[in-house]
Design a protein around this ligand. Structure first.
Ligand code: ADP
Ligand code: ADP
Length: 244
């Protein structure tokens, strides 16, 4: 079965006569291990689509099926459990600036850890080790960094911590919303290499919104371009004409 299957997905924001339809009747499926780049102009619905894939944004209509589970049919608890297998990476990495790096990495596990224990630094050894492994995997080897406040890090380091926080959950699917948009060109390549490496090694499926066509071509196995009318292109990067 596919990793992601969406059918007739429609999302309308707002009500009372000033509704905005961000997605209209989108259907597609994504196989395990695909690296999908989601392209399209600002406001076309890339973010909305990514957020519908874990029901952070509940669809107005249509189905989202992840790994065979229809998210709309899950209880709240089941949805939370399903979400732990769906990692997210954001443009601004969304770290809690005042908390240490290591605490940020374990934030996704707070539901199981208990927020208080995490905040008082008394992590169970296993969780601490798991966080350190994730940080190393994300390219942060310097242990001195782990107890530093997240807001003291550079942009590239923050993005690595965001990736470590995602890895610690051992997701099958990663949704990345413009993860390189606020990085310089060199760091963009570094972070893209990192995400591609993780995806290949762990067999993780990636769906990533991007602005740069060239980056999408270089890294993605499949490009889905959205336009106001829906899906404007869906196929391998090689099939995309230069005019788009
Ligand atoms: P309402 O229910 O009052 O019509 P909306 O559903 O349009 O409000 O908006 C819900 C929330 O999203 C609001 O907090 C609003 O500030 C925010 N929001 C509104 N428009 C946008 C937009 N274009 N992009 C991102 N967020 C928005
Ligand atoms: P993209 O990620 O491609 O820039 P978005 O998914 O953020 O597109 O937005 C798609 C459309 O939905 C835009 O018209 C945007 O203004 C609108 N929108 C996004 N979020 C909200 C929101 N919370 N409330 C109201 N409108 C929104």
């Amino acid at each position: 079965k596919p990793m992601v299957s969406i059918r007739g997905l429609t999302k309308t924001y707002g009500r009372n006569g000033r509704a905005v339809t961000a997605l209209k009747d989108i259907s597609l499926s994504i196989r395990h291990g695909e690296f999908v780049a989601l392209l399209g102009p600002s406001g076309v619905g890339k973010s909305t689509l990514l957020r519908c894939l874990n029901h952070l944004v509940p669809p107005t209509s249509g189905d989202v099926v992840i790994g065979g589970e229809n998210l709309a049919k899950l209880s709240k608890r089941q949805l939370l459990a399903a979400r732990t297998r769906i990692g997210m990476i954001f443009q601004e990495s969304n770290l809690i600036g005042r908390l240490p790096v290591i605490t940020n990495v374990l934030c996704g596990r707070l539901a199981t850890l208990g927020a208080l224990r995490a905040l008082t630094y008394s992590f169970p050894r296993d969780d601490y080790d798991r966080a350190v492994r994730a940080l190393r995997r994300a390219g942060l080897d310097d242990e001195e960094l782990y107890l530093r406040r997240a807001d003291r890090l550079s942009g590239g380091q923050k993005q690595r911590v965001g990736i470590a926080r995602m890895l610690v959950q051992q997701p099958d699917l990663v949704l990345a919303d413009e993860p390189i948009a606020s990085l310089d060109v060199k760091m963009q390549a570094t972070i893209m290499d990192l995400i591609r490496g993780i995806a290949r090694d762990d067999g993780i499926t990636v769906v990533m919104s991007l602005h740069q066509l060239q980056v999408a071509r270089a890294y993605a196995t499949r490009i889905i371009a959205l336009s106001a009318g829906g899906v404007a292109f869906d196929g391998p990067p090689g099939d995309l004409s230069d005019s788009i």
